[in-house]
Design a protein around this ligand. Structure first.
Ligand SMILES: [Zn+2]
Length: 182
């Protein structure tokens, strides 16, 4: 049995680690966001409940940092901007609830996908900013699905800033809609 280790392919195992292996090892380091407590491992950010923090602290270094989403918010930046215009007053509460619930679900799935703010631009227009561009466009589609008579336009920012700008416009509602099912 001992002879087996003398074969060239076995000796290979005892050679110095390649740069790639070292880099791979370095990636196993953990990071924690000081603001939202998200943790970084296996190349992405996760909710803290995905790991056992006490166990990690014993075994490896847990660097305290700020996650990209928290950094983006601190820098007053965003990746998705959804403008909603001509919001009928009677749907405002329902719309706000939909935006919050939809974003909460997105955050639960991925800690980096967040609603930053819902800004009231005027009496019937809001701007919704998100940390992730796909979240803004998915939210726009959801609004279109839930409320009928909604127009949707997607425009990519001209500057090279990765911001996806989406416009949702409510079409005028008639006070009498006899064909509408309730
Ligand atoms: Zn964070």
């Amino acid at each position: 049995m001992r002879k087996m280790f003398e074969k060239p392919r076995d000796i290979m195992l005892y050679q110095e680690r390649t740069e790639e292996q070292e880099f791979g090892r370095a990636k196993k380091a953990y990071r924690i966001c000081s603001k939202c407590r998200a943790v970084y491992f296996t190349k992405s950010w996760h909710h803290i409940d995905a790991i056992d923090v006490a166990k990690i602290k014993k075994r490896s270094t847990l660097w305290v940092t700020r996650c990209p989403a928290c950094q983006m918010i601190a820098d007053h930046q965003y990746e998705g901007a959804l403008t909603i215009k001509d919001i009928p007053k009677k749907f405002a509460d329902e719309l706000l609830h939909l935006i919050k619930a939809f974003s909460k679900r997105a955050y639960e799935k991925n800690c980096q996908h967040r609603l930053i703010a819902v800004t009231k631009e005027s009496q019937d227009a809001w701007t919704v900013t998100t940390t992730e561009n796909q979240l803004a466009s998915k939210l726009a589609k959801k609004i279109k699905d839930v409320f009928d008579r909604v127009e949707l336009k997607v425009a990519y920012s001209k500057q090279p800033d990765d911001v996806e700008r989406i416009l949702v416009r409510f079409k005028p509602y008639l006070s009498l809609t006899p064909n509408k099912k309730h």
